[in-house]
Design a protein around this ligand. Structure first.
Ligand code: PLP
Length: 838
């Protein structure tokens, strides 16, 4: 950039700038004014010392200003009109970078680009300065973020409630091919998006015991005498809808020490003990727990969950108290509380505690309110991921809540006995208290009993939920169950991350697809137009080139953008079966080594994803992928036709580069294990063709795309269960398949590990003798399917057709469709048009 302009001259620099425009104006001149204003008054740096990150912060503050009037008007409008509000309770919000998305939703991308250019800055360089708020592990947290975007865009009043983790998901690096975890200090340079609300704070009790007392009216009551009290402080982040004035809020709670406790210690002269109390209190929101950890039952995790749920419910009750036209018994008419998985499910007992103990409502009335207000979304059928708290830990932490849960359970089990007389085993199965292997509190049962609506996240998942983990509950209350297939926001995952395709779509079908994704169907009219197909391919190639440049800069691997990009990015987990893909890669490697002249369509295999730090097998899968990559990429005999790249630190930021670059989307989990997936939808939206099992939302993706535009392989969910019932023996599949045996032997031989025969032994032994996720059983089908993929790729025109039709038919997978269903069927929350007064 040339002509760097210092200072803030406008053409009419003699006249003072309209101060309101500095905060609200949306054209390039106003933005430029606002940026220079923030550089001077908020950043406080001399012009000579300004770097792109300062421009990032100044622009972010200017953009935040522009959302504030919308934000205030949104709350005011829904309060004035008495409209119902959705509260989305989630322990994770994987928001990704905010600046680009907010510029898009406000419609000021071009203006911001021009404003920065006039200051000698490049928008892309400035955007790259934003640290990622990684307050989630993967799909579940990202879903919450997509849903906030859709709620605002659909003009539905909503609050997201979560935890302001000081350290988000760890940053991943590789050392000798092994995953290294580094702390993610995302707040190091401040966070321009949030507004601290120290006056919005609540006290949260923890530990101690309960006692009975007689209140002034002579009634017997219970009070909780806690061991510890922690303060929660609100931090608000605006959530701007696309093309509307609606601006909702994400409220994240941060833990503080309670001053009066510390003061007490000060008075006795024990300064250091006072500071220590601060240290332990503030630990509550220090760090995000990685999921998929085999070890569960961490007390601090329970405290995190209770802490943010209690603050959120106190906040909601506080808002109810301030309403002139409603009282607490009207809660279900004014707020819908959605539990994103069981992490916030303690909310059921907490709302009962507030209503019965603090507000002195009768139990039955309190229970009616609670059930009518809560909804529960289940996200997993994996038994190890269903939350259960050891009873003693729970009693020691939340003694009053345990009593309340016992009372909920007593009444609930009476209802079960009345419905199913004499069915003793059913009562045992449905109890909120698990008895097998040490007593536990079953959080999924608490969430289910305390909610009027329970949903799974894809059609198959919802059916399995009703047939397996929640079968007994479905038989009791079939009307409470429904399906809400996940979705993703087309604003972030198409418009923002694939600007080339966005332009082509706008030119071809207009820009209505951004809010009406079904309009992508219009592409079916041009699927056979050769010019359109050429443009389609050019865009995909440019996206591959962009990813290749990124990979070159980060890991030194360059990929040829004319090759097929075959991509698997997601958390590393045995059920997701990254190792199945590795077995196929090694098979291709062997074929090329055996026949150096082999004609084979060149392919780049790209992986990305983090493993939970304590997940032994997943970390070894990462090591294996990197080891195979090193061998393949370093061998000219094979790297003329294949390369392998592992993108370190897969997050939302790198996702923007990855999904749009894919030709082939790997969705190869063991059928029945992936609840829905959302990565599969992001790939489809961006024109990748899926190779996948009939699992999660893959089933619906195939239904929409048409079976001829989807590469299906593998056992179905019922075949998987049948095989397990019959006694699955991976040895038999290995014995019957010479190629699979050779592949496994090659890993064991040390070929990919400089002769080390130990490093991959646990992985290979597990596949040969246990193989809980049926990698060996699905190997032959997967490899055969990959051969069909390779053959299809040879006909580039036919492939482009498949690619275009995948995008054209991806409309169902918009989070706008999903949120409309939640609003209509579960929350009963309608749109509220927000307008701004001048
Ligand atoms: C979409 C997304 C996920 C979820 O991917 P799945 O393939 O559905 O497991 C995880 N992490 C990030 C950063 C994502 O954007």
């Amino acid at each position: 950039m040339t002509d760097v302009v210092q200072g803030s001259e406008r053409p009419d620099s003699s006249a003072p700038a309209d101060p309101s425009h500095v905060r609200t104006g949306l054209d390039a001149e106003d933005l430029r004014e606002a940026i220079t204003d923030h550089l001077r008054y908020s950043i406080g740096r001399p012009a000579a010392a300004l770097r792109p990150e300062h421009y990032y912060r100044a622009l972010a503050l200017a953009v935040r200003d522009r959302m504030q009037d919308n934000r205030v008007a949104s709350t005011q409008t829904s309060l004035d009109l008495g409209k119902k509000v959705t509260c989305y309770l989630s322990a994770e919000f994987l928001m990704g970078p905010q600046l680009g998305n907010n510029l898009l939703n406000l419609g000021i991308e071009d203006a911001a680009g021009s404003a920065l250019a006039s200051l000698g800055q490049d928008l892309d360089e400035v955007l790259a300065c934003e640290p990622e708020p990684g307050l989630g592990n993967g799909g579940l947290g990202r879903l919450a973020a997509c849903y906030l975007d859709s709620l605002a865009t659909l003009e539905r009043p909503a609050i997201g409630y979560g935890i302001r983790y000081e350290f988000g998901i760890f940053r991943q690096e590789f050392s000798d091919g092994w995953q290294i975890e580094l702390t993610d200090n995302w707040l190091a340079n401040g966070n321009p998006w949030e507004i601290a609300k120290p006056d919005v704070n609540y006290l949260v009790n923890w530990g101690g015991h309960t006692e009975q007392y007689v209140d002034d009216s002579g009634a017997l009551r219970v009070r909780w005498l806690p061991r510890q009290v922690i303060k929660g402080v609100a931090y608000d982040t605006p959530i701007q809808g696309y093309g509307v004035h609606t601006c909702n809020v994400l409220t994240l709670w941060s833990a503080r020490a309670v001053e009066s406790f510390a003061l007490d210690a000060f008075n006795t002269g024990d300064y250091y003990r006072a500071v220590e109390s601060e240290v332990t209190s503030e630990t509550v929101t220090k760090v995000l727990y990685p999921n998929d950890e085999p070890e569960a039952g961490k007390r601090l995790r329970l405290l995190q969950q209770y802490f943010f749920v209690s603050c959120s419910l106190q906040h909601v009750v506080h808002i109810m108290d301030d309403l002139a036209d409603a009282s607490l018994v009207d809660l279900p008419e004014r707020f819908a509380l959605q539990l994103n998985d069981t992490h916030p499910s303690i909310g059921v007992a907490e709302l009962m505690r507030i209503l019965v103990d603090e507000r002195r409502l009768a139990w039955d009335e309190a229970w009616r309110i609670t059930v009518a207000t809560f909804g529960y979304t289940n996200h997993t059928l994996l038994p190890e991921a269903l939350e259960k708290w050891p009873l003693e830990l729970f009693r020691d932490s939340l003694p009053r809540h345990l009593e309340i849960i016992y009372e909920i359970n007593r009444r609930f089990l009476d209802e079960v006995r009345a419905h199913f007389p004499g069915d003793v085993d059913r009562v045992r199965r449905m109890s909120l208290i698990g008895e097998d292997g040490g007593k536990t509190v079953r959080m999924a049962h608490l969430a289910t009993v305390g909610s009027h609506a329970i949903n799974g996240v894809a059609a198959l998942h919802s059916d399995l939920l009703k047939a397996s983990v929640l079968k007994d509950f479905y038989e009791l209350w079939p009307e409470r169950f429904s399906n809400k297939t996940n979705g993703v926001t087309p604003r972030r995952f198409l418009a923002l991350s694939n600007p080339g395709l966005r332009g082509l779509l706008d030119r071809t079908i207009g820009d209505g697809w951004l809010t009406h994704l079904d309009r992508l169907r219009g592409l079916e009219d041009v699927v056979d137009d050769p010019d359109f197909r050429r443009e389609w391919r050019d865009i995909k190639r440019a996206n591959k080139f962009r990813l290749s440049n990124y990979l070159h800069a980060t890991i030194g691997v360059e990929l040829d953008p004319t090759w097929m990009f075959d991509i698997q990015v997601k958390r590393i987990h045995e059920y997701k079966r990254q190792h199945l893909s590795v077995l196929h890669i090694i098979r291709q490697y062997l074929r090329l080594k055996a026949d150096p002249g082999l004609e084979i369509a060149p392919r780049a295999y790209v992986f990305g994803g983090k493993a939970a730090p304590g997940y032994f097998m997943a970390k070894r899968i990462i090591k294996l992928i990197n080891a195979v990559a090193e061998t393949v990429n370093g061998d000219p005999e094979v790297n003329r036709a294949m390369k392998v790249a592992f993108v370190p630190n897969f997050n939302v930021q790198s996702a923007h580069l990855i999904y749009p670059a894919a030709n082939l989307s790997e969705q190869i989990s063991t059928a029945g294990k992936e609840a829905s997936g959302t990565g599969n939808m992001k790939f489809m939206l961006n024109g990748a063709v899926t190779i996948g099992t009939l699992d999660g939302a893959n089933v619906e993706i195939r239904d929409e795309a048409g079976p001829e535009n989807f590469f299906l392989f593998g056992l179905t969910e019922s075949e998987v269960e049948q095989l397990k019932r019959d006694g699955y023996r991976p040895e038999d599949y290995v014995a019957a398949n010479e190629e699979l045996r050779t592949v496994l032997d090659l890993i064991s031989s040390g070929q990919f590990s400089h002769g080390d025969t130990e490093v991959f032994r646990p992985l290979v032994d597990n596949l040969r003798h246990d193989d809980p996720f049926l990698v060996c059983a699905d190997y032959a089908s997967y490899v055969e399917c990959q051969d069909r993929v390779a053959a299809a790729w040879q006909d580039r025109d036919a492939w482009s057709r498949m690619s275009i039709l995948n995008t054209a038919r991806s409309g169902k997978f918009s989070s706008d469709r999903a949120i409309t269903e939640y609003c209509d069927d579960i929350w009963n929350v309608g749109p509220v048009t927000v307008t701004l007064q001048d």
